[in-house]
Design a binder for this molecule. Structure first.
Ligand code: HSE
Length: 348
């Protein structure tokens, strides 16, 4: 039996209970949720008696070997993760803000304490992408990563196009479905996508790339129904894309809404689905597709990391710091098109 604690019993944290309670596969059938840290109580939940506000009690419980951090936000999630690692407990998270801001320090703490810090669920919801980047491209040199990395904005853009919904009403639907961040401006402004491409590019190009270093971050707040209709007249859809490409000794990154034609694999990626294209110099293009947000797919990715730890995963090698000038703006080569209403979009 492996005792775990879940910090934060919201959309993802509660999904872990649902996924684990249905899972009969080893080693996850031997996982016991011993503590749940949350400021709220859940009187009707089967695990109501496990809920506590006492983080120190969890840290002091030597039977807990894995702490799952699904709190969201940087603090106290970062502080709690570091304390858990320093107490000799592995940490699994879906929290991209913490991974992006403190990943280097937390991975170092994992090495120092002989445990793991894993974050498959921080990018792409249920899509396996972190482990493939780390494990499957070892023989290759990645030269480009491009993708739709945010389920909320893709859901919104799809709803605007297919049903003529306004951005605000489409956002309300995405929030009700549990896709959006607690502060959905992070989705709309492209910040969530930027955090995710920072994590992926960091893994691909062997650096810790901070979100702040990404030079172009544009969201979808200004995309209108008229833009979407005019794009359709050109045979295109509008998608919020992140692109990171190795050029010489630096990497060029941007996050922006693009016009995407039918030739692109991203054209048919709709609703909450995400797609991530990874191009290796010998492998060529590999595309990962699946549900990019939502309780159960994201919880399943968390559970995959728990299983890795139980099966004996060891801490991962550290990457280099991101030296100044390593990340530069992307898009100089992109063709830009002016729609009939005067708005200018990059073309992918
Ligand atoms: N708000 C995020 C999204 C959640 O919509 O993609 C998953 O990271």
């Amino acid at each position: 039996m492996t005792d775990i604690a879940i910090l934060g019993f919201g959309v993802v944290g509660s999904g872990i209970y649902t996924v684990l309670s249905k899972c009969r596969n080893a080693p996850l059938n031997g996982v016991n949720i011993k503590h749940i840290l949350d400021l709220r109580s859940f009187p009707a939940h089967p695990l109501a008696s496990k809920v506590t506000k006492d983080f120190d009690m969890i840290i002091a419980d030597e039977s807990v070997s894995v702490v799952v951090e699904t709190m969201g936000g940087v603090d106290p999630a970062y502080r709690f993760s570091l304390a858990a690692l320093n107490a000799g407990k592995s940490v699994v998270t879906s929290n991209k803000a913490v991974v992006d801001k403190h990943g280097a320090e937390l991975e170092q703490a994992a090495i120092d304490n002989g445990v793991c810090y894993l974050y498959e669920a921080s990018v792409g919801g249920g899509i396996p992408i972190i482990a493939p980047l780390r494990e499957c491209f070892t023989a290759d040199k990645i030269i480009r990563i491009a993708g739709i990395l945010n389920g909320t904005t893709n859901h919104i853009l799809t709803n605007m196009r297919a049903e003529g919904k306004t951005l605000k009403s489409a956002l309300d639907t995405a929030r009700a479905l549990g896709y959006a961040e607690a502060d959905p401006r992070s989705d709309l402004a492209g910040f969530d996508t930027a955090r995710k491409i920072a994590i992926l590019a960091g893994l691909a190009f062997d650096r810790y790339i901070p979100f702040e270093s990404i030079p172009v971050i544009e969201g979808i707040e200004d995309v209108t129904l008229e833009d979407i209709r005019l794009a359709e007249e050109l045979g295109c859809v509008i998608k919020l894309l992140a692109v990171a490409e190795k050029v010489g000794d630096h990497v060029e990154i941007c996050v922006a809404p693009f016009l995407v034609g039918t030739h692109s694999i991203f054209h048919a990626v709709n609703d909450v689905q995400n797609a991530i294209s990874v191009t290796g110099s010998v492998t060529g293009e590999v595309v990962f597709y699946g549900q990019g947000a939502g309780s159960l797919p994201t919880a399943a990715a968390v559970c995959g990391d728990i299983a890795r730890i139980i099966s004996g995963a060891s801490a991962l090698p550290l990457r280099r710091e991101c030296e100044p000038g390593f990340v530069l703006p992307y898009g100089g080569d992109y063709k830009r098109v002016t729609l009939a209403n005067g708005k200018i979009y990059r073309v992918f």
